[in-house]
Design a protein around this ligand. Structure first.
Ligand SMILES: *Cc1c(COP(=O)(O)O)cnc(C)c1O
Length: 408
């Protein structure tokens, strides 16, 4: 029995079945490479779901976290500490000096904070309805879940206390129709992540900004997956200069350490009264030190430009692959989806793994590629070069994706 098989069997016996049993047990990582417990190496093109922005075991992250945990690991919010202050100041610096920050331990908690701000805003202005997008994803806690547009995730746990109208993503006219004077806030992702890395048509974010300005609804941008370099910019909203009223961050911010943030701009950063919200672990010193190391390293090593340039190599290279299973490539920066002509993403994910590449079948017909921002052009090219044979192996495995055979 391999070490992978052993751990998988023990996992299955000990854990709730909500994730199924993952295919691999990972043991360690280095840069954009990870190794499983049997010692096999993989190029990590998913980065723990767009989280490990500096790759694995980056010296700056190791140093910052090790030093902090050996100095002061936790204070709770009964006391403050310098790393959280530095982090909030640093985030404000990236956001033109505006914004007030609440730190969390996860993405869904950042959205819960945004939602509570929006509820307070709505109560003060007689606005009780929310607008979110079909297929959007905002998290698994009950508030964030009630805004999550994917019915298969949301509905088994309803009904919900929140009145939410879901609109088709990317359709500015539908958004305009749905947002009125009774609407407290619009929640949307600048590109839908879990739905399959689906960018909106150009102009959609700017239109959302205008619609909210015209009606007085708050615009909440869930950049939990999109921000901190993923698209080649610090924040995805910058592409259309559509700054939200409330911004949520998490995934890539801590480079693998659990930290998230909710930022309220202008008066929306002052909506909470003392006692309105809190978190014991949120913004703890180790997470804050990790996030500072991530932000410093992205800046120092030019990783925004790297994400844009290597993303271009990867996206253009994959788009040029000619195979009947491949319908196209979408996304921007190091945040791409390869779209298939049929529901064979699981087979392609498995074939890629067999070939030494980790990618993620996040829709039946779409695979997510969200590598560490330190990915090199040579590493991107190695995947592009392997992709045709990965698709061929997946075709052979499914037996359904070969060019349509002549009916006889
Ligand atoms: C991952 C994600 C979340 C939830 O974050 P967790 O850290 O898993 O709670 C929310 N919104 C978006 C857009 C995400 O990608």
């Amino acid at each position: 029995m391999t070490a992978n098989d052993d751990l998988r069997a023990r996992y299955e016996a000990a854990f709730m079945p909500n994730y199924g049993v993952p295919p691999l047990a990972l043991a360690r990582g280095e840069g954009a490479r990870v190794f499983d417990v049997d010692g096999r190496a993989y190029l990590d093109l998913i980065a723990g779901i767009a989280v490990s922005s500096l790759g694995h075991a980056h010296p700056a992250l190791v140093e910052a976290v090790s030093t902090q945990v050996a100095t002061l690991a936790h204070t709770s919010n009964l006391f403050l500490h310098e790393p959280e202050v530095l982090l909030a100041e640093r985030l404000r610096g990236l956001l033109d000096g505006d914004g007030r920050v609440f730190l969390t331990s996860s993405g869904t908690e950042a959205n819960e904070c945004a939602l509570k701000l929006a509820i307070k805003y709505g109560r003060a202005h007689g606005r009780a309805r929310f607008v979110a997008t079909e297929n959007g994803f905002h998290g698994r806690t009950m508030g964030a879940l009630s805004l999550t547009g994917k019915a298969s995730i949301r509905e088994p746990f309803g009904p919900f206390a929140l009145d939410v109208t879901f609109v088709p993503y990317g359709d500015a006219a539908a958004l305009k129709d749905a947002v009125g004077e009774d609407c407290a806030a619009v929640f949307l992702e600048p590109t839908q992540g879990e739905a399959g890395v689906v960018p909106p048509p150009e102009g959609y974010l700017a239109a959302a900004r205008e619609i909210c300005d015209a009606t007085g609804a708050l615009l909440v941008a869930d950049e939990i997956q999109a921000a901190i370099g993923r698209t080649g910019a610090w924040f995805a909203f910058q592409a259309e200069n559509a700054r939200p009223d409330i911004l949520t961050l998490a995934k890539g911010l801590g480079g693998g350490l659990p930290i998230g943030a909710c930022v309220g701009f202008g008066e929306h950063g002052d909506l909470f009264a003392k006692g309105d919200h809190g978190s014991t672990f949120g913004g703890n010193p180790v997470g804050a030190a990790a996030a500072l190391a991530v932000l410093d390293t992205i800046e120092k090593d030019g990783l925004l430009a790297n994400a844009a340039a290597v993303g271009e190599v990867l996206g253009a290279g994959l788009a040029a692959v000619d195979h009947p299973l491949l319908a196209g490539v979408r996304g921007r920066g190091l945040w791409l989806a390869t779209v298939l002509t049929g529901p064979h993403a699981a087979a392609v994910e498995a074939a890629a793994r067999d070939a030494g590449f980790l990618i993620n079948a996040l829709q039946p017909d779409a695979l997510r590629i969200a590598p560490p921002l330190v990915l090199t052009a040579a590493q991107a090219e190695s995947f592009v070069a392997a992709f045709p044979s990965i698709l061929a192996a997946a075709s052979a495995a499914t037996g359904t994706a070969t060019p349509p055979a002549k009916e006889s």
